[in-house]
Design a protein around this ligand. Sequence first.
Ligand code: P6P
Length: 363
Amino acid sequence: MPTPATPVSLTRFLIEEQREQRINADLRLLIEVVARACKTIAVAVGKGALGGVLGEAAGAQGASINIQGEAQKKLDVIANDVLLEANAWGGHLAACASEEMEEPFPIPDAYPRGNYLLLFDPLDGSSNIDVNVSVGTIFSVLDCPGDAQCVDTQSFLQPGTAQVAAGYCIYGPSTMLVLTTGHGTHGFTLDREQGSFMLTQREMRIPAETREFAINMSNQRHWEAPMQDYVRDLLAGREGPRGKDFNMRWIASMVADVHRILTRGGIFIYPWDRKLGARPQDNTDPTRAGKLRLMYEANPMSMLVEQAGGASSTGRARILDQVPSHLHERVPVFLGSKAEVEAAVQYHHQFDAGIQPEVRAQA
Ligand code: P6P
């Protein structure tokens, strides 16, 4: 006889969300389809070297290079194809967009189209695949504006506040789906025997304060002055202006770093740096350019983090308010524990106001 203690599967959770009129049947189907695709990706990732899928995807002249200018891993391509195939026939989507594809993928004419747009980074952190470090799939869902038969890139260029759902699947020691539909952030763990995602963390919450930061310190010499000041003060510890010691973590897999922050707090930072600003495809504006992509990395992670009580900023402005100008736009990212994100933003606001570091250090 089912009781409140009966474990809640993703399917039951979504049915109850629909019953509460928080999602509709098409969005429920979309999330279930994405979750099923993530299970397929988890199997491929989990095979490692035994699956013959490690290493770089072959291109015409050596490694295949994606539109980001990055070498594609075989699993990048496999994960992308799994997501496209899984979502093609259900009738819930008008089109998909992916880190791995320059242009959006309209649902083929052979299938009915729905009123949602799905964006994804099919395998974030894939440079870690060959060294067996956690990677993940990040996804974002938007309403399709206008006629689903007339979808183009412009249809996708909506601010992060327009997302109706967001989530990631982390392929780690356990496979977890972390999801929000705008009513909290919830974690589901894959029961590999049953093949079902089971609710294990209802209403994840990020502590407002933290002593842990995540950043790639090797870029320090390329950062703007407020970033230099902020990290200098973190490293100064209890003897410095912050008055407490900090720990550092950097997995170089956004899904893994964000999952840690959703689980125990922290701040994740990928700021603009002069190396990035020098790239021809990116503008040199430190307030707008970065490494991480706005539409299918920063926006979904920002929705998850804000729904868990955290904050997410470009260093100057809320990420979810950014109006994208192109599909693969990049953005500086400061996300996690709300008080720590606000502290980092303060350094940038004071720098922009011309307040000198020594004054800032006493702030
Ligand atoms: P770096 C992975 O390539 C990624 O997009 C994120 O998952 C990760 O946080 C970041 O880049 C790592 O960048 O410069 O440290 O390799």
